[in-house]
Design a protein around this ligand. Structure first.
Ligand code: AHM
Length: 336
């Protein structure tokens, strides 16, 4: 029987060999540790009575905060601070950046931007949720960390990943050399390599969008959706509509099976809902590394010059041919 490789062994041997990568490997280990703890909390949430909203609190985006949002945020921040392999963090749950000032962390060259628990409105109904993260290098480690260090284009990411807490817990990672996935063995609590060098199919037969917003969408998107619904034997239409409402789950399916995930601008939300720095950028990096594409309707997500850490962006992401086609719809029709 072939020996199973842990995420750590695989990275050390294959994707991140050599001494210069030790700090990044250690940082990824800190993230993995927190992911394991979050996975455990989620499995026991119903029993430990930590489901539901947290003191009627809303985050800076005006969204309800659940108790598990807070638990996941704290577990990640603690693990990153204790690990000493990153200098600071941006979290969806915190308005301001967190800077670690202990002797080890402050000399680190890495920064983490994360959504500790994405899709959290799905937790109470036992639907998959996830963690999304993005890792950048500071431009200079000599200076103390400040907010400008985080404001970098997505094309400067050194690593990005997501952890999907579904029927199994899967950790999908890119360090800019393709995409791999590791599945948590719940008995030994270790992540093992389960999907090597994942490639997203060039096209698929499903699209993923909150179709309840149809009449709020720009005309170009309405027409694309109508096109997906039409019968056409050659292209395999009508396509299937698949929408979990957890970005991690919807994109994970599109990566493995082929498909297109859409979170558009609309009449009510001029920039959509999803956050550029810790939702769109990391997902775009992963999907591009798997051979897919990600645009905001006009340009490549990874080329957007960010202005603030919590800004939003529309996103069209997935199989390359599907992204190219929706881009044609957008260019030829009204997209306001
Ligand atoms: P959250 O950060 O509050 O969890 O919201 C993000 C989630 C994404 O996972 C998902 O794609 C989207 O919100 C769904 O939004 P909607 O309910 O508007 O379709």
């Amino acid at each position: 029987m072939m020996k199973k490789l842990t995420a750590y062994q695989y990275l050390l041997k294959d994707k991140l060999s050599g001494d210069k990568n030790r700090e990044l490997i250690a940082l990824l280990k800190d993230i993995k540790l927190a992911a394991r703890l979050v996975s455990k909390e989620l499995r026991n949430a119903g029993l430990n009575k930590i489901l539901g909203e947290y003191k009627k609190l809303t985050n800076i985006h005006g969204e309800k905060v659940t108790k598990l949002d807070i638990v996941a945020n704290n577990l990640f921040i603690n693990s990153l601070e204790n690990g000493g392999n990153c200098a600071g963090v941006v979290s969806e749950e915190l308005e301001k950046i967190v800077i670690f000032n202990n002797e080890v962390s402050k000399n680190s060259k890495y920064l983490v931007l994360m959504d500790p628990l994405d899709g959290s409105s799905n937790i109470d109904v036992n639907v998959p949720v996830g963690t999304i993260f993005s890792i950048f290098k500071k431009s200079s480690i000599k200076k103390s960390t400040n907010i400008k260090d985080f404001i970098q284009k997505g094309n400067r990411q050194v690593a990005a990943g997501y952890i999907m807490y579904g029927s199994s817990t899967i950790y999908v990672l890119t360090v800019g050399k393709g995409v791999d996935a590791f599945t948590l063995d719940p008995v030994v609590q270790e992540f093992y390599l389960s999907h090597k060098n994942i490639k997203i199919p060039k096209s698929g037969r499903s699209y993923s969008v909150n179709q309840g917003n149809f009449y709020e969408f720009p005309i170009a998107l309405q027409e694309y959706i109508r096109w997906c619904e039409q019968e056409d034997a050659k292209s395999g239409r009508p396509y299937s509509l698949r929408y979990v409402g957890s970005m991690v789950a919807d994109i994970h399916r599109s990566i493995l099976k082929g498909g297109l995930f859409i979170y558009s601008k609309s009449k009510r939300a001029a920039s959509g809902k999803l956050r550029l720095m810790y939702e769109c950028n990391p997902m775009a990096f992963i999907v591009e590394q798997a051979g897919g594409l990600a645009i905001d309707g006009d340009k490549r997500i990874l080329d957007i010059a960010p202005k603030s850490i919590h800004q939003k962006s529309p996103i069209f992401i997935g199989s390359s041919e599907m992204v190219k086609l929706i881009s044609k719809f957008i260019k030829s029709k009204q997209f306001d």
